[in-house]
Design a protein around this ligand. Sequence first.
Ligand SMILES: Cc1cc2nc3c(=O)[nH]c(=O)nc-3n(C[C@H](O)[C@H](O)[C@H](O)COP(=O)(O)OP(=O)(O)OC[C@H]3O[C@@H](n4cnc5c(N)ncnc54)[C@H](O)[C@@H]3O)c2cc1C
Length: 403
Amino acid sequence: MTRILIAGAGIGGLTAALCLHEKGFPVRVLEAVEELRPLGVGINLMPHASAVLHGLGLAEALGEIAIRTRCIEYRTRFGHVIQSDPRNVEAGFAAPQYSIHRGELQFLLLETVRERLGKDAVLAGKAVQRFSQSEESVTVYTAEGGRLECDLLIGADGLHSAVRRQIHPDEGPLHYEGTMMWRGAVESDVIADGRTMVIAGDHDMKFVTYPISERARRGGRALTNWVAELRRDRPRDIEDADWTREGTREFIESFREFMMRDMNIVSLMEATGTITEFPMVDRDPVDFWTDGRVTLLGDAAHPMYPIGANGASQAIIDGRVLADTLADMPGPEGLLAYEAARRPATAEIVLANRRSGPERVLDIAAARVKGPGDRIEDLISAEELEEVAAGYRNTAGFRKQGG
Ligand SMILES: Cc1cc2nc3c(=O)[nH]c(=O)nc-3n(C[C@H](O)[C@H](O)[C@H](O)COP(=O)(O)OP(=O)(O)OC[C@H]3O[C@@H](n4cnc5c(N)ncnc54)[C@H](O)[C@@H]3O)c2cc1C
């Protein structure tokens, strides 16, 4: 049976390991860090990504830790609700959208991999440095001098992927458009109905918040994730994007002008213990992912702006499609079939996210709504807003049943 090595025990690599194991492949995951820790703050899983995890038998476990998101509410900086975009099963989706702590999701996947594939299926402290390959196999070289053999190598090693660097050695630095994001999670009073993701502002200045832990919900309190975005830099090349870098706090002042009836944005951010800082970066889509017996998956394949809940969702879908195609064609031709199914679709999302994705409704509103006294319904039609939402659902690949 085809032996598969995956570089990277992130959301994409671990999901791929579970899907490949389900199809009967012997799989091991090589992870660079010595000790995995539940890092990150909130992420969202779109309904079709949740459906993949449900298919792996994780619905009950997800229900215990993640919030079932009811809707995404887009607001102006004055607090008007521009659009409420439902994301729940009642709205016709096959599975819920989940808001979840990235670390909790990664650990759920990690524990499941260890249970199903064996305690040694994930080898920590093994940073993949490079590979060589012949007609029959791949040799993987790790930073501490190790050498491992396999039949196929999947590069799921994230934004700064070493596997991608070898496949595309001439690719330049990350693409940065000048927007910095500050992120944090803090216990707070429940916002709205406790199942709503609020996205307020516009392309230059935005605030996003949503609850992320079903376990932490009690007595009107919730673990609340937030992201503040400011576009204040020039677009330029950048290389040092790091999800764990601690951020400064001066940016908080800029958000005093936001008027939200049901939350105090500034107090929420000020009460947060650790704030991280991450530039909004992606890469131009490349014209191939697969080199013989090696391919890419998740952020290594298609790093994109974290807009529209796509980073983790698309990585999860990659894992499902990879396993399904390899089950039919368990060799290099299977990798090419996987790439043919996923590369054009994800390239389109990378480019749609540069145009703000579903958040384009914010910019439409910002151009027309000039103060708290303006009425949205006088300035924008419901049809215009639904056209943006439906267009993005189509691009991102999730649809309402029957829709
Ligand atoms: C520490 C961390 C915190 C994050 N926090 C957030 C967050 O708060 N919000 C958000 O939206 N997204 C966050 N992300 C990104 C998000 O997880 C991804 O965009 C998305 O889940 C796609 O997952 P992925 O598996 O492709 O990549 P990732 O989740 O980035 O996983 C890549 C994995 O590969 C490992 N790795 C890197 N290089 C090598 C190598 N050479 N050899 C072997 N392993 C390697 C990394 O340690 C990591 O475990 C974070 C990523 C990381 C690594």
